[in-house]
Ligand binder design. Structure first.
Ligand code: SAH
Length: 383
């Protein structure tokens, strides 16, 4: 007797906006995504279908090592098993609907989820680094005033599988001899607001039987949710933590990062200290520079004072303009002076290079553009 996977029940029928299919709304039968199942859930399904643990390992090996996208490719599995797998599961729950490549070689992909919602990820190639930037939510509830992701608020958390699929799809874009080296959780959404699913996905990514990427090569960016930062520290992983500070004082941060009114800058910085003490990993502070707003000499001085006694690193991000928002990038001179001032306090500081600007690689921007222009957009490539 075949059984349905995990606790997800049998095939579900959903209705919704089925992008990638031909009609804007339709009803269709959805198979559960294998990448959304835990190893245990899938092993249980295989057992119930009379399959050995060896066969289970083979399936994962095909997906993680041999980049299988379809059960038919799994040539050393019995035909009947392949057919059974095909009948019950789909390997990926997402579909690629846009694939843009920018002149600097950055790939930006837009995926649709099974409920028709869209998410995006970016693959950046630089010397010996192959970095994927992934999303954790559809939309975002934090409302940072300069960010495209939160303009329409939060729609939902991504599942564990939807997060994992972005990493796997990025890896599958690389030539066979290349490995994905780094993961940055800096796409759409507030990473720590979806901590359990994120960690579930990263545990597979970092597992030697998954993609075997070292925990130290993963950076999680957060708006700064103190309780979740402490929880992450207590999970005893070795991820890098990046905290989006954007302002050195409570008053300015309240203006730019509305959630600050609830959490407070001091609590954020103290939670960052706790993360450093527990993990031994130096925390980086991201600071999006907005012309005339937080790029002034007094801001640089206040930032230097705030961080000088801490083992911290400041990552300055010149603002990447979002159409419709009233902010500008700082002048090169303002950036240079800001760097000098922060550095004069003995705080490590760098300016982030912006990759993929030509393809709207800042969080939420491709998705936003596609949603605004959908009828006119021409698909460049898809897998
Ligand atoms: N929610 C997480 C991840 C967000 S994206 C966080 O807040 O950290 C990663 C970084 O990009 C954040 O520091 C975010 O503030 C920044 N960012 C958002 N919009 C931007 C823009 N238009 N230009 C430059 N950086 C931006």
């Amino acid at each position: 007797m075949k059984d349905s996977p995990g606790d997800r029940g049998s095939d579900r029928i959903i209705s919704g906006n089925c992008l990638g299919r031909n009609t804007p709304t339709c009803r269709y039968v959805m198979k559960p995504a294998l990448l959304d199942a835990t190893t245990e859930e899938f092993a249980a399904w295989m057992r119930q279908n009379g399959q050995s643990p060896y066969r289970t390992k083979q399936v994962w090996h095909w997906i993680f090592e041999r980049r299988a996208q379809d059960f038919d490719q799994m040539s050393d599995l019995p035909k009947k098993l392949r057919a059974d797998l095909q009948e019950f599961w789909t390997i990926f729950g997402t579909e690629v609907v846009r694939h843009h490549v920018s002149p600097d070689g950055t790939d930006k992909l837009l995926l649709t989820c099974q409920d028709g919602r869209t998410i995006e990820f970016v693959l950046m190639v630089e010397e010996d680094r192959r970095t994927v930037c992934i999303s954790t939510q559809v939309g975002c509830g934090m409302g940072c005033v300069f960010c495209a992701s939160g303009l329409k608020g939060l729609e939902r958390n991504l599942t564990r599988g939807e997060i994992l699929e972005q990493v796997l799809r990025a890896r599958n874009l690389l030539p066979l001899e290349e490995r994905l080296t780094n993961i940055v959780v800096m796409g759409m959404g507030e990473s720590l607001a979806n901590l359990d699913n994120l960690i579930g996905a990263l545990d597979v990514v970092c597992d030697p039987k998954g993609l075997g990427i070292g925990q130290r090569r993963v950076t999680i960016s957060t708006v700064g949710l103190p309780e979740k930062m402490r929880k992450l520290a207590d999970l005893d992983r070795r991820y890098n933590l990046a905290v989006s500070l954007h302002a050195p004082t409570e008053a300015l941060r309240d203006q730019l990062v509305p959630i600050n009114e609830k959490v407070g800058l001091t609590a954020v910085v103290e939670a960052a200290d706790y993360y450093f003490e527990s993990s031994g990993r130096r925390v980086s502070f991201e600071y999006v520079m907005l012309r005339g707003i937080n790029d002034r000499p007094e801001d640089a001085q206040a930032l230097g004072k705030l961080l000088r006694s801490r083992k911290a690193h400041v990552n300055l991000i010149p603002y990447n303009p979002v159409p419709g928002l009233p902010y500008d990038r700082p002048t090169p001179e303002a950036i240079r002076r800001f760097v000098e001032t922060v550095d004069s306090y003995g705080v490590a500081v760098t300016v982030r290079k912006t990759k993929g600007r030509e393809i709207d690689a800042a969080c939420g921007q491709l998705r936003r553009q596609v949603e605004a222009d959908r009828p006119q957009l021409v698909e460049i490539a898809s897998s």
